[in-house]
Design a binder for this molecule. Sequence first.
Ligand code: NDP
Length: 330
Amino acid sequence: MSDTFRALQVSKTDDGLKAEIKDLGMGDLMEGDVTVEVAASTVNYKDGLAITGASPIIRKFPLIPGIDFSGTVTASDNASFKAGDKVVLNGWGVGEGHHGGYAGMARVKGDWLVKLPDTISLERAMAIGTAGYTAMLCVLGLEKQGVKPGDGDVLVTGAAGGVGSVAIALLSKLGYRVIASTGRASEEAYLKDLGAAEIIDRKELSEAGRPLGKERWAGAVDPVGSHTLVNVLAQTQYGGTVTACGLAQGPDLPATVLPFILRGVKLVGIDSVMAPKAIREEAWARLGKDLDLKKLDAMTTKAGLGDVPQLAQDILAGKVRGRVVVDVNA
Ligand code: NDP
């Protein structure tokens, strides 16, 4: 292992944010009790917001972005980890206020790390990434509210995106009948291969609608927010559950209380960033068991560190399909 490593660093200039690949040293890393040789990172929607500056996600400059990574522990002062452990990190402000995953090395708090299940390789851990781990949190959210495969259809919005693609693969493997809502009709075959039984046009859900509609689904995973989430709630059957995890359409929620007070619909918020360790470990263990790796591979493309600034723009434009693994050494 050399003393220097490649990293994508974002600095603030008079013209906005600037992302450059640099050679950095171990002294450039921030404090932490565990050092990790990073194998891979990925591009999540939030990374897109951070690198382009579309939202003020990055709070310190210059910063190595990348809200997640997988890698191998090289040194540890934390009793829970030792050199050689394969780990994954999602969130905790990494890539926002602490140097993140777009680098050959990372130094972080051991409390932020989760040991990977044996069935998930370092590369696949980032094919899953924060988007896939969030999809698992949504599935756990539905299960904890008692939504069962026999209860009726389950809707996944933002279907061809990262959270959506993994959610479809997980839910179909668990026996749910999945309806996929997408703006990309051309991805019908892709979504059906992942396990969607039916595809609907996202336009059906994205405009202002009626406060209560026909009861169509027993549960839903919604990474889209705004009018879409409102319509999803309005069309959820009596006692059903909707997990809300994203804002791809917008952060607003122009809803009425009618689905809650007339149909007992439950709206469950999903946060991956500050989720307690026990929930993370449960989610990663379930991903190791319940995610079809062939489907994961089919939704994954590969990229190098230099591709990240373009991918950041592409993901905000809704042009990235499924998941992207970033090889930080390529
Ligand atoms: P992606 O960009 O991969 O997927 C988002 C998908 O949403 C797009 O592919 C598209 O799907 C759909 N979409 C985009 N724009 C619109 C629009 N204007 N109206 C309706 N649908 C739209 O992002 P991710 O899957 O990585 O993330 C999805 C969301 O989840 C983001 O908002 C992200 O910030 C959030 N998130 C939240 C987390 C948490 O902790 N709560 C963790 C991870 C992600 P299609 O083309 O199929 O229509």
